[in-house]
Design a protein around this ligand. Structure first.
Ligand code: PNW
Length: 484
């Protein structure tokens, strides 16, 4: 099916998709006595926020609709050999047209919040200069639909889809400045209704993975010196974004970021290994979260980079270390650390070949990472609030003829992570909410459509959505505010 007919089909399927989401749950039937005999002992604090997360390029489609300009991901995904099967985000979940269906999926789950991102090149087709009114109109419609359904939007400004027109991409300091202008515009147009913003998503993925490893857009393999400078422009953009969001807000807003900090789990929970994980957290996140939280590059990082260390202009770190209302971390998988006599006092342990993983091989299963990720960030930098801005996994889901997907492995993964989230909340760490990645199967970047992360199954031919067992499980967690 070509793109156009796929999209048309999607529009027709929209009604049916909404129906699928309201079909009777198979597992959570609330059988007589179902609740009375069970108390998990793992209730979350009142007011804990449950949500789902998505990103613009991964779900929207509508790549050429209503004046959207191309992003580096459009260019990259259309370059032969760069993505699985040559998959692109041209149509994805077609949320550009089906957003009302997706808001109904959220409503049926009972989430209080939804984390979504804005396609920068939909709003500024050239990345800067003249805005495209149809672009911001789309986000106005999505925001209004969420609010009408009592769902609080948490908006990420940049989830990797850099406007292709910005010359030099993240190699240019101009891009950080353009991001500030874009953030100002979004704040002017949305902050009357949207009160929670994240600047950037996962620095390492749009810097190192895009410009050093070449696995993500724009697919370059530059020397370390360039990469260090690109990382700096990434965190500078974040800082300028925080300032611009606040300066242009129509009322009080909360600003944070969504960072996939490297997370470390102690090989055993004894003092020496625990303190090793804290050292590892600070050092291994030096170019990104450590720099944002401490307002400088730590000496160890500068020494490691030597002549490749980034050029920092006066005032950069004042912006980069702008105070945040919350720190969001995306956590999927950690590394194990032990205390040692090595130079930095810790060793990152290599995992044995038999170590278990989810369908995506990089998601090695270690649910304690949710607890240790929160604890180490809090103990090191004392953020006012924290959120898990992403957590979830891929599974080799199979849609059965009756429309069900019994993804017990995803439920296993999620339940164990949420238990560790509970541990952090119970110990008093200021963890305020959890965004499950993802609301629905979507375009998984270089893996294309081959890896499904959703708690709703998407038939990418019809674009119809089907709740998986994990969606039922999540609805119960939210309803009871406890681990089930
Ligand atoms: C995150 N890795 O990305 C992103 O924020 C999402 O857009 C993405 O869909 C989700 O995780 C699942 O992958 C990552 O290879 C992608 O280490 C790859 C890696 C890490 C994070």
């Amino acid at each position: 099916m070509n793109d156009l007919s796929r999209r048309k089909f999607g529009q027709i399927a929209a009604g049916a998709a909404a129906l699928a989401s309201t079909s009777l749950p198979r597992f959570a039937l609330g059988r007589a006595g179902g609740d009375a005999d069970h108390d998990s002992g793992r209730k979350f604090p009142d007011g804990f926020l449950w949500g789902c997360a998505t990103a613009a390029y991964q779900i929207e489609g509508g790549a050429k609709d209503d004046g959207r300009g191309p992003s580096v991901w459009d260019v990259f995904s259309h370059t032969p050999g760069k993505t699985h099967n040559g998959d692109t985000g041209d149509v994805a979940d077609d949320s550009y047209h089906l957003y009302k269906t997706d808001v109904q999926l959220l409503k049926n789950l009972g989430v209080q919040t939804y984390r979504m991102s804005i396609s920068w090149s939909r709003v500024f087709p050239e990345g800067k200069g003249k805005p495209n009114p149809a672009g911001i109109d789309y986000y106005n419609r999505v925001v209004d639909e969420l609010l009408a359904n009592n769902i609080t939007p948490y908006i990420t400004l940049f989830h990797w889809d850099l406007p292709a027109a910005l010359e030099g991409g993240w190699r240019s300091r101009e891009t950080s400045l353009a991001f500030g202008d874009y953030a100002a515009y979004i704040s002017q147009h949305l902050s009357d209704r949207v009160k929670h913003f994240m600047t950037t998503n996962e620095f390492v993925c749009f810097t190192d993975l895009g410009y050093q490893i070449g696995q993500f857009a724009p697919g370059l393999k530059l020397p370390l010196k360039d990469v260090c400078q690109i990382r700096h422009y990434g965190i500078l953009a974040h800082g300028l974004g925080v300032q611009a969001l606040r300066a242009n807000a129509k009322g009080p807003i909360e600003v944070g970021l969504a960072e996939n900090a490297q997370v470390f789990v102690p090989v055993m929970e004894t003092g020496e290994h625990i303190s090793a994980t804290q050292k590892a957290t600070r050092l291994m996140n030096a170019p990104f979260l450590t720099a944002v939280m401490e307002g400088k590059y730590i000496d160890e990082y500068l020494a490691q980079m030597g002549p490749n260390a980034p050029k920092v202009e006066p005032g950069d770190f004042a912006a980069i270390s702008s105070p945040l209302d919350f720190v969001g971390v995306n956590i999927y998988t950690p590394d194990y650390v032990s205390a040692s006599d090595s130079k930095y006092g810790f060793t990152v342990e290599k995992r044995p070949a038999s170590y278990p993983h989810m369908y995506s091989p990089w998601i090695e299963i270690a649910p304690e990472c949710l607890y240790w990720g929160i604890r180490n960030v809090c103990d090191l930098w004392h953020p006012k609030k924290m959120f898990i801005t992403e957590n979830g996994c891929s599974s080799s889901d199979v849609l059965k003829p009756d429309g069900s997907v019994v993804d017990i492995d995803r439920v296993m993964y999620l339940r164990n992570h949420v238990m560790n989230l509970h541990r952090a909340a119970a110990e008093g760490y200021p963890i305020k909410g959890y965004f499950l990645w993802s609301l629905l199967d979507n375009y998984e970047w270089a893996d294309g459509y081959s890896k499904r992360f959703g708690i709703h199954y998407v038939d990418f031919k019809t674009l119809k959505r089907y709740p998986k067992l994990s969606a039922e499980w999540y609805r119960e967690v939210i309803k009871r505010n406890e681990v089930v």
